[in-house]
Ligand binder design. Structure first.
Ligand code: ZN
Length: 390
C-alpha cells in the first residue's frame, strides 16, 4: 500500500511537472505581436485593376508576394455600392456606416478608428496619400464628420489632432485658402506644434509632428508627380520608426479610383504600378524588421473593369469599363507579418480593425457582425448579351 502511494505521488508529480512544461511550452509558442502596422488602401483597386496592370506591364506586382490573401465585402450600411467615405470608415472602424459619412456610425456617433486606438496605446501615427489630406479615405482615419464634403472642418480636425504625427498629402487649399479666412498653416506652426512643408525635400525626419502639404489640390497624376508616394512612405517610416512603442502608418494609392472613374486605362495602370511600388517598400521594410504587419486592401472597386475579347475569340484583350462609378465587387486583402494569418477567407470590411488590433495584442469585441441586408434596388439582369455557348 505504502509503495503504491509513493508510486501515485511520483506519478502525479511527474504529471504535474509534465503539465507545467506543456503550459510553459504553450506560452512560448504564442504568436509574436505586431509592433508596427502599415495599412495600405488602393482606392478603387479590386482584383481587376491589379490583374489588368499585370497584363499591361507584363510583370508581377508587389501584391503577388503576400503569403495571406482574403476577400473583403465592401457593402456599406446604407448602400450595396459603397462610396469612399463609408468604405474607408468601415476599414478604419468596427461598424459599417452610411455612404458619405466619415468616422461616424449611421446615427452620427463618432467612432474610434484603428489610428485612434493605436495612438492611445502609445504608437506614433502617419498618413501618406496622393489626394487631399481631407479627402474621404485619409479623413476616415482621423476625422469625424457627417459629410465627406466638409473639407475645411476636416482640415481643422487634422490640425488639432493630438493623435496624428505625420501627414504627407495634397490639399493645401483647405488650410490656407479657406472660406473663413483662417490661415490654418500658420496656426499649425505657431500654436499646434506642427512643422509644415510644401515638398518632401529637406524634411527634418527626426521631428515627430509634421505635415507635407505638397499641392494645393490633389497631387498630379503619376508619373508627373514623381515618386511622391513611395518616397513619402520612406520618409514617414524614417520618422515613425523612432518610436520605441511602434507605429501605425496608413498609405493610400488615391488615384487608381480617379483613373477608373475616367475609364483611363493608361492612368489606371500607372497609378497601380505606383501604389505597388509603395507596397514593395512597406513589404521590404516589414521583412527586414520582423515586427511589422502589412495589410493591403481597397475600399471598393471602381469602373466595373473587366478584361475581355470584344469578339469573344479569347485572343485580343481589351479593358472594358462597365460604369463611370463604383461597383459592389468585393476586393482583395493581402497580409504579411505578425497576425497576417487572420486575413484569409471571406470577411466584412468592418472586421479588419479588430484583426489589426488583435495582431498588436489589443482585444476589442465591438465588431458589428449584423448581416448585411440590401436596402437598395437590386435587379439581376441575366443574359443581356448574345452569349456563345463554348
Ligand atoms: Zn474610394
Amino acid at each position: 500500500m505504502k509503495k503504491s502511494i509513493t508510486c501515485l505521488l511520483l506519478l502525479s508529480t511527474f504529471l504535474f511537472l509534465g503539465f507545467e512544461s506543456c503550459a510553459q511550452k504553450e506560452q512560448k509558442q504564442e504568436p509574436p505581436k505586431a509592433k508596427n502596422v502599415i495599412y495600405m488602401i488602393g482606392d478603387g483597386m479590386a482584383l481587376p485593376q491589379v490583374f489588368a496592370t499585370m497584363l499591361a506591364t507584363g510583370e508581377d506586382l508587389a501584391f503577388c508576394q503576400f503569403p495571406y490573401t482574403g476577400i473583403v465585402d465592401t457593402r456599406s450600411k446604407s448602400n450595396t455600392i459603397t462610396d469612399s467615405a463609408a468604405g474607408g470608415t468601415a476599414l478604419a472602424c468596427d461598424q459599417k456606416t452610411k455612404n458619405g459619412m466619415v468616422g461616424m456610425d449611421s446615427d452620427t456617433v463618432a467612432m474610434p478608428t484603428v489610428l485612434d486606438v493605436l495612438a492611445e496605446h502609445g504608437k506614433s501615427t502617419g498618413i501618406v496619400v496622393t489626394c487631399y489630406a481631407g479627402h474621404a479615405t485619409p479623413a476616415d482615419f482621423f476625422a469625424k464628420v457627417p459629410k465627406r464634403s466638409m473639407y475645411e472642418d476636416i482640415a481643422i480636425q487634422m490640425a488639432e489632432s493630438d493623435k496624428l504625427n505625420v501627414m504627407i498629402s495634397g490639399g493645401r487649399k483647405h488650410f490656407d485658402q479657406r472660406k473663413d479666412s483662417i490661415n490654418l498653416i500658420e496656426r499649425m506652426k505657431n500654436e499646434l506644434g506642427w512643422k509644415v512643408y510644401d515638398t518632401l525635400a529637406d524634411i527634418d525626419t527626426s521631428c515627430m509632428k509634421y505635415a507635407v502639404l505638397a499641392h494645393r489640390s490633389h497631387m498630379p497624376k503619376y508619373p508627373e508627380r514623381g515618386e511622391f508616394l513611395p518616397e513619402g512612405v520612406k520618409t514617414a517610416l524614417k520618422t515613425l520608426e523612432q518610436d520605441e512603442d511602434g507605429f501605425f502608418l496608413m498609405v493610400e494609392g488615391s488615384q487608381i479610383d480617379f483613373a477608373c472613374h475616367a475609364a483611363d486605362s493608361a492612368w489606371m495602370v500607372n497609378e497601380t504600378v505606383d501604389f505597388s511600388n509603395a507596397v514593395q517598400i512597406a513589404l521590404d521594410y516589414a521583412k527586414a524588421d520582423g515586427n511589422t504587419l502589412v495589410v493591403v486592401t481597397a475600399d471598393h472597386e471602381t469602373g466595373g473593369l473587366t478584361m475581355i475579347d470584344k469578339q469573344g475569340a479569347y485572343t485580343n484583350i481589351s479593358f472594358n469599363y462597365s460604369t463611370g462609378s463604383h461597383t459592389c465587387l468585393p476586393v482583395m486583402v493581402y497580409a504579411y507579418g505578425p497576425g497576417a494569418e487572420q486575413f484569409t477567407g471571406w470577411m466584412q470590411n468592418n472586421e479588419l480593425k479588430a484583426k489589426i488590433l488583435k495582431a498588436c495584442g489589443i482585444e476589442e469585441t465591438t465588431v458589428d457582425t449584423t448581416s448585411i441586408k440590401a436596402t437598395d434596388n437590386i435587379v439581376p439582369v441575366i443574359g443581356n448579351f448574345d452569349s456563345k455557348p463554348d
